[in-house]
Design a protein around this ligand. Structure first.
Ligand code: 13P
Length: 253
């Protein structure tokens, strides 16, 4: 049985004080990590403090991006070594906003995924189609290609540890959620793609999240689907109450 993983992605939001308030409220309220994994992916400046403050609790802290190199002349970038040293455990890789706004390619994503494993970080790999691609019936092909390229060269053990977040771009921040059937259909396809490459043992272990306008009101329905093993949540992860409700929804499997 796969354990659900509920991850908040704060994106570029909150002040230090707001981040502190959030973590003080949720850190002792989340259920045990035996029942559901709770992750909050925060902006770089908050990482160190929040990792310290959540030690010994069931909240894990993640980053929203990183460079694939360990060090060097990459002004403005943050390396996997730095994240690991801080005690970060998860890193979001290839979010559609990074692909679209910052021109990250599938090759960059693949290098970052390898770098994450090299340094003991768990990658949350984001994939998903645009509205144009969905309307042109290209969703499955596009997502399949993104998954294959992101996971290229991973061994079985690494492959079984990735978390894939299926986030249709048209559902992000729009209030327009994919129906649970639409979301599950793509997640099932992703698992089939992984079966083809790694076999069913690995594919059965991989957690596949859905992301895109997830909120407490629709989380139960989405998380009850056979191939959806959690959620990657933007807007609704910013408020402590709402985040706690989402985590609670993740417990039901
Ligand atoms: P929303 O939950 O705000 O739609 O954002 C989804 C997302 O992009 C999470 O990574």
């Amino acid at each position: 049985m796969r354990k659900q993983v509920i991850a908040g992605n704060w994106k570029m939001n909150k002040t230090h004080t707001e981040a502190e308030d959030f973590i003080q409220t949720v850190k002792n309220e989340v259920p045990s990590s035996e029942q559901v994994e709770s992750v909050v992916c925060v902006p770089f400046p908050f990482l160190q403090k929040l990792v310290e403050e959540t030690k010994g609790t069931s909240v894990e802290i993640g980053a929203q991006n990183m460079h694939f190199e360990e060090s060097g002349a990459f002004t403005g970038e943050v390396s996997p070594v730095m994240l690991k040293e801080l005690g970060v455990t998860y890193v979001v890789i290839g979010h559609s906003e990074r692909r679209e706004i910052f021109h990250e390619t599938d090759e960059d994503v693949n290098k970052k995924v390898h770098a994450a494993f090299k340094h003991g970080l768990t990658p949350i790999i984001c994939v998903g189609e645009s509205l144009e691609q969905r309307e042109a019936d290209q969703t499955m092909d596009h997502v399949e290609s993104q998954v294959k390229k992101a996971m290229e060269g991973l061994n079985d053990e690494q492959a079984s540890q990735v978390i894939i977040a299926y986030e249709p771009i048209w559902a992000i921040g729009t209030g327009r959620t994919a129906t649970s059937e639409q979301a599950n259909e793509v997640c099932t396809h992703i698992r089939r793609v992984i079966i083809d490459f790694y076999g069913s043992d690995v594919a059965e272990a991989v957690r596949i999240q859905y992301g895109g306008s997830v909120k407490p009101a629709n989380a139960d329905e989405l998380l009850s689907k056979s191939d959806i093993d959690g959620a990657l949540v933007g807007g609704a992860s910013l408020e402590a109450d709402s985040f706690l409700k989402l985590v609670e929804a993740g417990k039901h499997e």
